[in-house]
Write a protein that binds this ligand. Structure first.
Ligand SMILES: O=C(O)c1cc(C(=O)O)c2c(n1)C(=O)C(=O)c1cc(C(=O)O)[nH]c1-2
Length: 232
């Protein structure tokens, strides 16, 4: 658990949480998705493009590990890579996302060869990986804090898919179910790290800026997907 030791930490955490206002749950594409207004082609475009994000998350986390000198943090952070990559063929979050692809009618090959990935999505996701490579590791940890806001969106998405998109096999939604527990565990750890290491106003401002950057990454991904759907 995060223990708030003083009011400065308290208001720092409040400032980080306040960025939920800029989270991609409010993007018009997600609003349409959760209202059941997307057609199969739009869902497929989203799944194929978001796969590029999923594929790159372990590379982003490996960059954080590479830059982090703290053994205890590394030991816990490693878990994220295992969650996405699994420890054997057929396991892990990336595999679960490929099964989601299958459930919406996308073959493995067309997901893996990235033929549907649009330039804006590639650009935004690559920017996130680069951020983790070149910025101080605590800022990269702070940028992952969008996951504080993810569980509500995940729960809403699961309900929306089960209610509106009945053409998708429920088993294909296993990825989102797993994230309901993984995201709170991961974001709690990230918040612990950030509150422990960001003690000065400058460090706290840098962490808030990193989180703001990440909100922009996620928003840009959806802008590009939205545009790709409109152009079809
Ligand atoms: O579908 C989503 O809305 C969503 C959002 C986020 C997020 O808020 O960063 C992540 C994920 N999903 C996700 O599946 C995931 O594995 C993940 C890892 C991270 C991260 O920054 O380390 N964010 C997210």
């Amino acid at each position: 658990m995060v223990t708030l030791t003083d009011t400065a930490t308290d208001s720092f955490v409040a400032a980080l949480r306040a960025q939920s206002r800029r989270y991609h749950d409010r993007h018009p594409f997600h609003e349409r998705m959760n209202a059941g207004e997307l057609g199969p082609a739009e869902i497929r475009t989203w799944v194929a493009n978001r796969f590029y994000y999923q594929e790159n998350i372990p590379r982003k986390d490996a960059a954080i590990l590479a830059n982090c000198p703290d053994r205890a943090v590394r030991r816990r952070w490693l878990r994220r890579i295992v969650d996405h990559d699994g420890t054997a063929e057929g396991e892990g979050g990336i595999e679960a996302w490929l099964r989601l692809g299958d459930a919406v009618g996308l073959g493995r090959e067309e997901m893996e060869d990235e033929r549907h990935v649009v330039p804006g999505v590639r650009f935004a996701v690559d920017a996130y990986v680069t951020f983790a490579r070149i910025r101080p590791w605590v800022e990269a940890v702070a940028s992952s804090l969008t996951e504080l806001f993810a569980p509500d969106l995940m729960a809403e998405r699961l309900a929306a898919f089960e209610r509106h998109y009945t053409w998708i096999d429920r088993q294909g939604l296993a990825y989102f179910r797993a994230r309901l527990t993984q995201a709170p565990r991961d974001s709690e750890h990230a918040l612990e790290v950030v509150t422990e290491h960001c003690r000065t106003p400058e460090q706290q401002a840098a962490a808030a800026a990193a989180l703001s950057f990440k909100c922009d990454v996620l928003w840009s991904v959806l802008d590009a997907i939205d545009r790709a759907c409109a152009d079809r």
